[in-house]
Design a protein around this ligand. Sequence first.
Ligand code: BGC
Length: 761
Amino acid sequence: MLKHKYVLDPWSIIENQYDSSNMIDSESIFSLGNGKIGQRGNFEEDFSNNQTIGNYISGIYYRDKTKVGWWKKGYPEYFAKMVNCPNWNKIRISINNTLLDLNKCEVLSYNRELNMKEGWCERKVLLKNDKSEKIEIQSKKFISIKRENLGVINYKIKVFENNVKVEVLPCIDVNIRNNDSNWNEPFLETIESLSKNNLGIVKSNIINSNFEISTFFKTEYLINNKKINSSYSQSESKHLIGCKSKFLLNTDDELTIFKVGGYVNSNDSNKNEFNNIIEKESENALKTGFNELCKENIDEWSKVWEHSDVIIEGDIKSQQAIRFNIFHLNQTFNGNDPKLNIGPKGFTGEKYGGVTYWDTEAFCVPFYLGTKHSSVAKNLLNQRYNQLDNAIKNAKNIGLNHGAALYPMVTVNGEECHNEWEITFEEIHRNAAIAQAIKKYINFTNDHNFLDDEGIKILIAISRFWKERVNYSKVLNKYVILGVTGPNEYENNVDNNWYTNYSAKWCLDYTINQLSEIGNRNVKKHESIIKENNLNNKEISNWKKIIKNIHLPYSKDLNIFIQNDGFLNKDLQPANKIPHNQRPINQNWSWDRILRSPYIKQADVLQGFYFFEDHFTKKELQSNFDFYEQFTVHESSLSACVHSVLASSINDIEKAYEYFVRASRLDLDDYNKEIKQGLHITSMGGSWMSIVEGFAGVRVSNGKLSLNTKIPNNWESYSFKLNVKNRKLSVLITKQETKIKLLQGKEIDIILNNTEITINQ
Ligand code: BGC
């Protein structure tokens, strides 16, 4: 049985074992954020073992010049990477002239708790330093939801002897670099720094960009809970910006360092106003006091949970996991700022640059649609709309014209920006995920205005891309799509990836249908769309030809769609034949071996069955599921959730549950042995999908909401809320029944387990 590293608890993640060499993993788990700023769970004091200090601001990025062996025309110029900012979290402490460093102490007891209900993290450590002096430290911190620029730390030091000299340096550490840098260059430079008494400010410029940020902190000291004045002297370290204070403590005295800090940035505020904002916000926070700030934040979190909690009775492992996922999704993105998006690792790690992937549309939009106001998902889609011109440029760059738009696989402002061609750029399937998100948004919200004014333009441009990207094969007498990578990144530059080809066909078909839907609803609007987009019958009939005649590789013998040309030539040994010590294969096998193996990184054909489920029979789903599952190694976080939803569809609840646990506990139980790199934030939306779309079978199609409910064996019940069609519903599913209540909005007809019912209270 898998041993869980963190204590099982419905609302908290608790670490009660201290392992000095392994803190880097827990730093990811204990990350904090508020959708705008965030940080890894670093200790405040010095720590000389493995760690990755990380503080990030959403939307603030560096253009890291692309690094490839041999430059070829069409490669993206740069990889956009969020910047690891100066660390305001730091507090250097020395006790009787010895630097406090847990790595050099004997830790007598250790407990760290991430309280997800209330949004704070607390660490309590009892230790003996190398002079055998006993000390207790306790640090409680959070990033404020209400005060978006601000984090708060209450750090306590208790001593057990008389005349203990404690020296404290709350500061900003400017000696921070991004770990994931192509050329080992710094991403920012200090413009000015200031430290005066209890205040520190560092103004930095993000190199080669217009972004400026200011990192700041302000502190207050208390002894035995009474505010005290202290004297200050400048830090001697060039990279630690702040002032030192000295204290003499006696037995049982407790010194508290109340530190507020964070960032202001030029995306939100005028550079000339930085200092005023800092002064106002930090002063106000100090006046408010730690307890009040914490209470204010707890109130904000209770509002978040009110809408997005999923309650599972009977299985604490699942309960903890789904809350961990929902908590981190909310820490990463709250939808308040239409400029921001969701990086695959949020603020918890630098891999993937912290910018936008197809993950947003395919795995996060459903969660935000279901749990937040519809404007949040709309903002995400509007970002793509606002980047349409760049997507058209992107297609032009690879020689595709006539209004074709290729959305970037990785982007922050609509420009394609990453390092790798075969993996990433060739994944043109991303265009379809955007169209899918539009479909889901329209189905969930009935927002026809968005379809008419923005959505349809995106759909037309995407359809034009597929038209330009296919070519006619005289050999097959079919349209083909060559040289792509499907969602399975363990095979590159393949021809006729079934998922990509099917998605192309669907996009064309959906666009035509939406055009006629608009025509039926509003003839004038339809005419203006046709005119504005220069659409004519010839173009549409070309699309129809492709729809009818695109190559969809299929094996009659196996009764499956073939992942791509040549897939069946592989040595088709199931993944359970791979020795345990060679998993994950991406950490153990050569790239060559992976590429020629039949092993599938993540759902590929099955991703298609997820999106296009209603185009196929359950029998077709079952045979494709059975065939592809055996080769799938789930080395992408985005895999298990899709398998879970599909397993629910074919009524294999045991399997659906296994995949749900794998998806939702991926980070807590570190399935892929990579947790130190950060959490898999975007796939956390997939964990929610596994419950809501999987077990509860929520769908909106043909204008109607339907549920097809199931419940894992070991759950007594589960419940969640859902925003759909301008209503808010609550859904409770037990082994015996499903109860749906209308919390907000007009009565609604739905289909529950194949029976039509009206929900009116
Ligand atoms: C997956 C991609 C995904 C990316 C970012 C990769 O490992 O294969 O599908 O977009 O991670 O999450």
